[in-house]
Design a protein around this ligand. Structure first.
Ligand code: LIP
Length: 265
Protein backbone atom coordinates (compact mmCIF):
# COMPACT_ATOMS: atom_id res chain seq x y z
CA UNK A 1 0.00 0.00 0.00
CA UNK A 2 3.00 2.34 0.47
CA UNK A 3 4.57 1.41 -2.85
CA UNK A 4 6.38 4.50 -4.25
CA UNK A 5 4.98 3.93 -7.74
CA UNK A 6 1.42 3.80 -6.38
CA UNK A 7 2.01 6.87 -4.23
CA UNK A 8 3.41 8.70 -7.26
CA UNK A 9 0.43 7.76 -9.41
CA UNK A 10 -1.91 9.24 -6.81
CA UNK A 11 0.27 12.33 -6.43
CA UNK A 12 0.25 12.95 -10.20
CA UNK A 13 -3.51 12.55 -10.43
CA UNK A 14 -4.11 14.94 -7.53
CA UNK A 15 -1.54 17.46 -8.78
CA UNK A 16 -3.27 17.60 -12.16
CA UNK A 17 -6.65 18.30 -10.56
CA UNK A 18 -5.01 20.91 -8.36
CA UNK A 19 -3.33 22.57 -11.35
CA UNK A 20 -6.65 22.71 -13.18
CA UNK A 21 -8.23 24.53 -10.24
CA UNK A 22 -5.32 26.94 -9.97
CA UNK A 23 -5.65 27.76 -13.65
CA UNK A 24 -9.42 28.25 -13.44
CA UNK A 25 -8.98 30.66 -10.54
CA UNK A 26 -6.11 32.42 -12.28
CA UNK A 27 -8.36 33.02 -15.32
CA UNK A 28 -11.01 34.58 -13.06
CA UNK A 29 -8.47 37.04 -11.69
CA UNK A 30 -6.28 36.78 -8.60
CA UNK A 31 -5.88 39.08 -5.62
CA UNK A 32 -3.89 38.69 -2.46
CA UNK A 33 -6.28 37.86 0.35
CA UNK A 34 -3.75 37.86 3.16
CA UNK A 35 -0.07 38.21 3.98
CA UNK A 36 2.12 36.03 6.21
CA UNK A 37 5.68 36.87 7.28
CA UNK A 38 5.84 40.28 5.58
CA UNK A 39 3.68 42.57 3.42
CA UNK A 40 5.08 40.90 0.28
CA UNK A 41 4.59 37.31 1.51
CA UNK A 42 1.12 36.96 0.03
CA UNK A 43 -1.58 34.30 0.14
CA UNK A 44 -4.28 34.09 -2.52
CA UNK A 45 -7.67 32.42 -2.34
CA UNK A 46 -6.27 29.92 -4.83
CA UNK A 47 -3.45 28.87 -2.48
CA UNK A 48 -6.08 27.98 0.10
CA UNK A 49 -8.58 26.42 -2.31
CA UNK A 50 -5.94 24.32 -4.05
CA UNK A 51 -4.56 23.04 -0.75
CA UNK A 52 -8.06 22.11 0.39
CA UNK A 53 -8.71 20.25 -2.86
CA UNK A 54 -5.48 18.27 -2.49
CA UNK A 55 -6.31 17.44 1.13
CA UNK A 56 -9.79 16.28 0.15
CA UNK A 57 -8.52 14.15 -2.75
CA UNK A 58 -5.80 12.52 -0.64
CA UNK A 59 -8.27 11.83 2.15
CA UNK A 60 -10.65 10.08 -0.26
CA UNK A 61 -7.92 7.68 -1.36
CA UNK A 62 -5.83 7.42 1.78
CA UNK A 63 -7.76 8.63 4.82
CA UNK A 64 -5.13 7.50 7.29
CA UNK A 65 -2.27 9.56 5.90
CA UNK A 66 -0.93 12.81 7.37
CA UNK A 67 -0.65 15.96 5.27
CA UNK A 68 1.73 18.88 5.83
CA UNK A 69 0.71 21.85 3.71
CA UNK A 70 1.99 25.40 3.39
CA UNK A 71 -1.35 27.04 4.13
CA UNK A 72 -2.92 24.75 6.74
CA UNK A 73 0.11 23.11 8.32
CA UNK A 74 -0.57 19.73 9.93
CA UNK A 75 1.43 16.60 9.24
CA UNK A 76 2.23 15.95 12.89
CA UNK A 77 0.29 12.69 13.13
CA UNK A 78 2.52 9.62 13.52
CA UNK A 79 1.53 7.89 10.30
CA UNK A 80 3.62 5.76 7.94
CA UNK A 81 2.88 8.04 5.02
CA UNK A 82 2.99 11.84 5.17
CA UNK A 83 2.24 14.08 2.20
CA UNK A 84 4.17 17.35 1.87
CA UNK A 85 2.39 19.99 -0.20
CA UNK A 86 2.95 23.42 -1.63
CA UNK A 87 -0.34 24.14 -3.36
CA UNK A 88 1.08 26.99 -5.43
CA UNK A 89 4.84 27.31 -5.23
CA UNK A 90 5.72 30.64 -6.77
CA UNK A 91 2.73 32.49 -5.37
CA UNK A 92 4.05 35.92 -6.35
CA UNK A 93 4.50 34.69 -9.93
CA UNK A 94 0.92 33.39 -9.79
CA UNK A 95 -0.32 36.76 -8.48
CA UNK A 96 1.45 38.55 -11.36
CA UNK A 97 0.45 35.88 -13.93
CA UNK A 98 4.09 35.02 -14.61
CA UNK A 99 3.94 31.42 -15.93
CA UNK A 100 6.36 29.93 -13.36
CA UNK A 101 4.33 28.43 -10.52
CA UNK A 102 3.78 24.83 -9.54
CA UNK A 103 1.82 22.34 -7.51
CA UNK A 104 4.47 20.48 -5.53
CA UNK A 105 3.46 17.24 -3.82
CA UNK A 106 5.73 14.66 -2.19
CA UNK A 107 5.03 11.41 -0.34
CA UNK A 108 7.19 10.58 2.65
CA UNK A 109 7.28 7.03 4.10
CA UNK A 110 8.73 6.70 7.61
CA UNK A 111 10.41 10.09 7.25
CA UNK A 112 11.96 9.52 3.81
CA UNK A 113 10.58 11.15 0.66
CA UNK A 114 9.98 8.31 -1.80
CA UNK A 115 7.84 9.93 -4.50
CA UNK A 116 7.26 13.43 -5.78
CA UNK A 117 5.62 15.44 -8.53
CA UNK A 118 6.12 19.08 -9.51
CA UNK A 119 3.66 20.39 -12.08
CA UNK A 120 3.99 23.85 -13.60
CA UNK A 121 0.30 24.70 -13.68
CA UNK A 122 0.81 27.46 -16.24
CA UNK A 123 2.63 25.33 -18.83
CA UNK A 124 1.64 21.77 -17.93
CA UNK A 125 5.29 20.76 -17.67
CA UNK A 126 5.47 17.93 -15.14
CA UNK A 127 8.43 16.41 -13.34
CA UNK A 128 8.23 13.20 -11.36
CA UNK A 129 10.52 10.91 -9.39
CA UNK A 130 10.49 7.87 -7.14
CA UNK A 131 13.42 7.05 -4.86
CA UNK A 132 15.71 4.72 -6.78
CA UNK A 133 13.41 4.88 -9.80
CA UNK A 134 14.84 7.91 -11.58
CA UNK A 135 13.55 11.36 -12.46
CA UNK A 136 11.41 12.20 -15.46
CA UNK A 137 9.89 15.14 -17.30
CA UNK A 138 6.91 13.48 -18.91
CA UNK A 139 8.40 10.28 -20.41
CA UNK A 140 11.91 11.74 -20.69
CA UNK A 141 14.45 10.47 -18.16
CA UNK A 142 16.48 13.30 -16.68
CA UNK A 143 20.19 13.75 -16.02
CA UNK A 144 21.63 16.81 -14.34
CA UNK A 145 24.22 19.04 -15.99
CA UNK A 146 27.63 17.69 -16.98
CA UNK A 147 29.26 21.12 -16.52
CA UNK A 148 32.49 20.89 -14.51
CA UNK A 149 33.55 24.55 -14.43
CA UNK A 150 31.77 26.75 -11.85
CA UNK A 151 32.75 29.77 -13.95
CA UNK A 152 30.54 28.37 -16.74
CA UNK A 153 27.62 27.48 -14.47
CA UNK A 154 24.15 29.03 -14.76
CA UNK A 155 22.95 29.11 -11.16
CA UNK A 156 19.39 29.57 -9.88
CA UNK A 157 18.59 31.15 -6.55
CA UNK A 158 15.87 32.98 -4.68
CA UNK A 159 15.36 35.53 -1.94
CA UNK A 160 13.27 35.62 1.19
CA UNK A 161 10.45 38.01 1.96
CA UNK A 162 12.12 39.90 4.81
CA UNK A 163 14.26 42.92 3.90
CA UNK A 164 17.09 42.08 6.33
CA UNK A 165 17.42 38.55 4.92
CA UNK A 166 17.30 39.88 1.36
CA UNK A 167 20.16 42.27 2.13
CA UNK A 168 22.24 39.36 3.45
CA UNK A 169 21.34 37.27 0.42
CA UNK A 170 22.33 40.13 -1.88
CA UNK A 171 25.73 40.32 -0.16
CA UNK A 172 26.19 36.59 -0.70
CA UNK A 173 25.19 36.97 -4.35
CA UNK A 174 27.68 39.83 -4.70
CA UNK A 175 30.44 37.47 -3.59
CA UNK A 176 29.27 34.69 -5.89
CA UNK A 177 28.38 36.45 -9.13
CA UNK A 178 31.97 36.94 -10.31
CA UNK A 179 32.67 33.20 -10.02
CA UNK A 180 29.77 31.83 -12.12
CA UNK A 181 28.33 32.29 -15.62
CA UNK A 182 25.17 34.00 -14.39
CA UNK A 183 22.22 33.88 -12.02
CA UNK A 184 18.57 33.13 -12.76
CA UNK A 185 15.90 34.04 -10.21
CA UNK A 186 12.75 32.34 -11.49
CA UNK A 187 10.62 32.48 -8.33
CA UNK A 188 9.57 28.91 -7.58
CA UNK A 189 12.01 26.66 -5.74
CA UNK A 190 10.31 23.41 -6.74
CA UNK A 191 10.68 24.30 -10.43
CA UNK A 192 14.25 25.54 -9.93
CA UNK A 193 15.15 22.13 -8.49
CA UNK A 194 13.52 20.35 -11.44
CA UNK A 195 15.45 22.58 -13.86
CA UNK A 196 18.64 21.39 -12.16
CA UNK A 197 17.41 17.82 -12.72
CA UNK A 198 17.08 18.43 -16.45
CA UNK A 199 20.23 20.50 -16.82
CA UNK A 200 18.37 23.70 -17.70
CA UNK A 201 20.07 25.15 -14.66
CA UNK A 202 23.53 23.88 -13.79
CA UNK A 203 22.94 24.42 -10.07
CA UNK A 204 20.63 26.06 -7.55
CA UNK A 205 20.89 27.30 -3.98
CA UNK A 206 18.56 29.11 -1.61
CA UNK A 207 18.29 29.92 2.07
CA UNK A 208 14.90 29.89 3.79
CA UNK A 209 13.05 27.11 1.99
CA UNK A 210 10.35 25.20 3.83
CA UNK A 211 9.89 21.44 3.41
CA UNK A 212 7.01 21.98 1.00
CA UNK A 213 9.23 24.10 -1.29
CA UNK A 214 11.87 21.40 -1.81
CA UNK A 215 10.51 17.95 -0.82
CA UNK A 216 9.34 16.93 -4.30
CA UNK A 217 11.80 18.96 -6.38
CA UNK A 218 14.69 17.82 -4.22
CA UNK A 219 13.87 14.17 -4.96
CA UNK A 220 13.60 14.93 -8.70
CA UNK A 221 17.01 16.63 -8.64
CA UNK A 222 18.61 13.83 -6.60
CA UNK A 223 17.18 11.11 -8.83
CA UNK A 224 18.67 12.96 -11.82
CA UNK A 225 22.12 12.66 -10.25
CA UNK A 226 22.41 16.00 -8.45
CA UNK A 227 23.64 16.27 -4.87
CA UNK A 228 20.97 17.98 -2.76
CA UNK A 229 22.38 19.12 0.58
CA UNK A 230 22.67 21.89 3.11
CA UNK A 231 26.03 23.43 3.97
CA UNK A 232 28.83 22.01 6.11
CA UNK A 233 27.42 18.52 6.45
CA UNK A 234 23.82 19.56 7.11
CA UNK A 235 20.84 18.11 5.25
CA UNK A 236 18.83 20.39 2.94
CA UNK A 237 16.56 22.61 5.02
CA UNK A 238 15.65 26.08 6.19
CA UNK A 239 19.27 27.23 6.48
CA UNK A 240 20.24 26.18 2.96
CA UNK A 241 19.39 23.98 0.02
CA UNK A 242 22.14 23.45 -2.56
CA UNK A 243 21.46 21.30 -5.62
CA UNK A 244 24.22 20.62 -8.14
CA UNK A 245 25.88 17.76 -10.02
CA UNK A 246 28.88 16.27 -8.17
CA UNK A 247 31.30 18.14 -10.45
CA UNK A 248 29.95 21.53 -9.34
CA UNK A 249 28.64 20.81 -5.86
CA UNK A 250 31.93 21.05 -3.95
CA UNK A 251 33.18 24.36 -5.44
CA UNK A 252 29.73 25.95 -5.12
CA UNK A 253 29.30 24.58 -1.60
CA UNK A 254 32.69 25.85 -0.47
CA UNK A 255 32.10 29.34 -1.89
CA UNK A 256 28.64 29.56 -0.30
CA UNK A 257 30.06 28.42 3.01
CA UNK A 258 32.84 31.02 2.82
CA UNK A 259 30.21 33.70 2.06
CA UNK A 260 28.12 32.58 5.08
CA UNK A 261 25.19 31.92 2.77
CA UNK A 262 23.40 29.82 5.40
CA UNK A 263 23.90 32.52 8.03
CA UNK A 264 22.39 35.92 8.50
CA UNK A 265 18.81 36.83 9.50
C1 LIP B 1 8.67 30.73 -2.91
C2 LIP B 1 9.85 29.87 -3.26
C3 LIP B 1 10.96 30.69 -3.90
C4 LIP B 1 11.41 31.74 -2.92
C5 LIP B 1 10.25 32.65 -2.60
C6 LIP B 1 9.08 31.85 -2.00
P1 LIP B 1 6.14 30.39 -2.22
O1 LIP B 1 7.70 29.92 -2.29
O2 LIP B 1 9.44 28.86 -4.15
O3 LIP B 1 12.06 29.90 -4.27
O4 LIP B 1 12.48 32.48 -3.47
O5 LIP B 1 10.67 33.62 -1.69
O6 LIP B 1 9.48 31.31 -0.77
O7 LIP B 1 6.08 31.38 -1.09
O8 LIP B 1 5.77 30.99 -3.50
O9 LIP B 1 5.39 29.11 -1.90
Amino acid sequence: MDNPAELLALAVSVARSASDLANRMRAEGVDAVATKSTATDVVTAADRAVEQLVRDELHKSRPGDAVLGEEYGGGQDQTAVRWILDPIDGTVNYLYDLPQYAVSLAAEVDGVVVAGVVRNAATGREWTATRGGGAFCGPRRLRASTETDLGQALVGTGFGYAAERRRHQARVLGGLIGHIRDIRRLGAASIDLCLVAEGTLDAYYEKGLNPWDHAAGGLVAAEAGALVTGLDGNPPGLDMVVAAPPSLHQPLHDLLSKLDAAGGP
